[in-house]
Design a protein around this ligand. Structure first.
Ligand code: ADP
Ligand code: MG
Ligand code: ZN
Length: 516
């Protein structure tokens, strides 16, 4: 372990943050992203313990993941399969033979004192992922090189109790939960990402977003950044424009949201520029992103690979996927996000902007499922992007986490199409479904929301409206058809918006001997 490094900023004459545009005028950023994906396997990487999120601390543990003496790990086949599928989706080569390695270091959340990982023999190497960034000049595509995808196991989770920040400094004591220790992880490491210029923060964000969507489409992880099943380490360095040697990188650890990825890159560019502008040297170290301030603070100086004393794990047999299996997995890959975007753009006849809005709202799959359940693409898109996006924002949940399904939205659309609901009533039905009142039809029945269009029910309301508004009625009788609007309004009010307005108008004109 390196020694602690104090923060870089000193009060007098030390580096200061440089304005973002000024920094980019002088320097060219290089990025590297290391992303950890926690797999959704039922059991851990090397034992049969359950992996459920949120269980009682230290209940999902056994001699293997607690590393009791003599325990022997066995590789989880589904995890290997998931790694190969992701490698294939990222256009990687899949090794026909590779091994696990022990990465030796001490940390209390890691019971073995080493982590089983892969080092010089990763399962997947040399791929790429294309990402699209919105610029004022239109969408711009970047190809991000993938260095490797390797398998490893997660550590336990330490909580520092009593301090103000949840960090170890100032804490009274620390507790550790080993439920997470041994959960399978994939680490996806990019090649250095160059030539992004001032778009670097957006490219970083677009890459993590695209990777998240790709992993989700494979169904191998729920990739929830807020629950830590997708975490990102952000490497940034700067070199003078035109130089061909990369600068020293910093590595900001465990960045936990898409927005934070973007902010962390931005901040590090500004910070590095401050150090370099006064002739200083960027320290190669890990840093932590501070959600509140959007800044990073120094963690520890970076270990070199040699510090970990990697060696092949003697307890595990090599992983040697045969070519036939790999080809079967390749053939069985689902439609990947980029292909899906191209398809729906054509099938739903979307403009670039409409597609972008769907992508930004993370709504393509929801809309597609709603269309599959019978709604038109336009209706489905409007519901998810307008009404439901607003509800999601209000209740601070992801769109997909709203307690309403695409099938239910499709049913609401059908009820509007067949005339049972107006748009206004439909929104009340959605309210009811979101409030847990059941299926759309149950909400319609329970709340009595269907449009009133049968003449006997409407007729009474029409007669009442005419009686209550003699002036308007007189005008209509005298040929001023426009005055019927007030009467229709009265009917709508009396029926709390449930009347079929068109039919109400017909009845009013009929009763008053006028024609429209
Ligand atoms: P480590 O585990 O020590 O962080 P890795 O090689 O696993 O090292 O990951 C380093 C990441 O940083 C990779 O994505 C790599 O492409 C990227 N990287 C390497 N050198 C630089 C650099 N000078 N500037 C920015 N990123 C870099
Ligand atoms: Mg790293
Ligand atoms: Zn176990």
């Amino acid at each position: 372990m390196g020694s602690a490094v104090t923060d870089d900023f000193t009060v007098n004459g030390g580096p200061a943050l440089v304005d973002y545009d000024d920094a980019l005028a002088t320097y060219e950023p290089v990025l590297g992203l290391e992303t950890h994906v926690e797999l959704g396997t039922a059991s851990k990487m090397f034992c049969s313990c359950a992996t459920e999120f949120g269980a009682e601390p230290n209940t999902q543990v056994c001699p293997v993941c607690l590393a009791l003496p003599g325990a022997l790990p066995v590789v989880n086949g589904v995890a290997v399969e998931s790694a190969i599928r992701l490698g294939l989706a990222l256009n990687c080569s899949i090794a026909s033979w590779c091994r696990f390695a022990r990465k030796n270091y001490f940390y209390p959340d890691m019971p073995k004192n080493y982590q089983i990982s892969q080092y010089d023999e990763p399962l997947c190497t040399d791929g790429h992922l294309d990402v699209v960034v919105d610029t004022p000049d239109g969408p711009q595509e970047f190809r991000v090189g993938i260095e490797r995808v390797h398998m490893e196991e997660d550590t336990g989770k330490t909580s520092h109790v009593g301090g103000a920040t949840g960090r170890i400094h100032g804490a009274d004591y620390s507790i550790v939960d080993y439920n997470r220790a041994g959960i399978p992880l994939l680490e996806i490491v990019t090649k250095p990402i160059e030539h992004t210029g001032d778009l670097a923060p957006l490219v970083a964000r677009a890459y993590v977003t695209e990777l998240r969507d790709l992993v989700r489409s494979l169904g191998i992880s729920d990739v929830r950044m807020e629950e830590g099943s997708l975490r990102c380490d952000v490497n940034v360095s700067l070199m003078p424009r035109g130089a061909d040697e990369w600068g020293t990188r910093s590595e900001t650890k465990n960045v936990n949201s898409l927005r934070s990825v973007e902010r962390a890159v931005r901040y590090e560019i500004q910070r590095h520029a401050g150090v370099l502008d006064i002739g200083g040297q960027v320290v190669q170290e890990t840093r932590h992103f501070q959600e509140n301030s959007g800044s990073t603070v120094s963690g520890r100086s970076k270990e070199e690979a040699q510090d970990y004393r990697y060696f092949p794990d003697p307890d595990l047999v090599p992983v040697a996927p045969d070519a036939e299996w790999i080809e079967r997995l390749r053939a069985d890959l689902p439609e990947l996000p980029a292909a899906k975007r191209r398809r729906v753009k054509t099938e739903w006849n979307l403009s670039d902007e409409e597609l972008r809005d769907l992508v930004n709202a993370d709504a393509i799959d929801l809309v597609a499922a709603t269309v599959d359940a019978g709604a038109s693409p336009d209706d489905a898109r409007k519901w998810w992007l307008n009404e439901l996006s607003r509800r999601a924002t209000e209740s601070e949940v992801e769109l997909a986490d709203l307690p309403i399904t695409p099938a239910q939205i499709a049913r609401v659309v059908a009820l509007v199409d067949e005339g049972t609901l107006t748009n206004k009533l439909a929104r009340q039905v959605v309210d009811g479904v979101l409030a847990g009142e059941g299926e759309p039809d149950e909400v319609v029945a329970a709340r009595g929301l269907q449009v009133v269009s049968d003449d006997s029910a409407l007729g009474a309301a029409v007669d009442q409206a005419i009686a209550d508004n003699p002036d308007a009625a007189e005008k209509v009788r005298g040929g001023k058809v426009a005055a019927a609007g007030a009467l229709v309004g009265a009917v709508m009010k009396a029926t709390r918006g449930q009347a079929d307005a068109g039919r109400a108008r017909e009845l009013i004109l009929d009763r008053l001997g006028a024609t429209s």
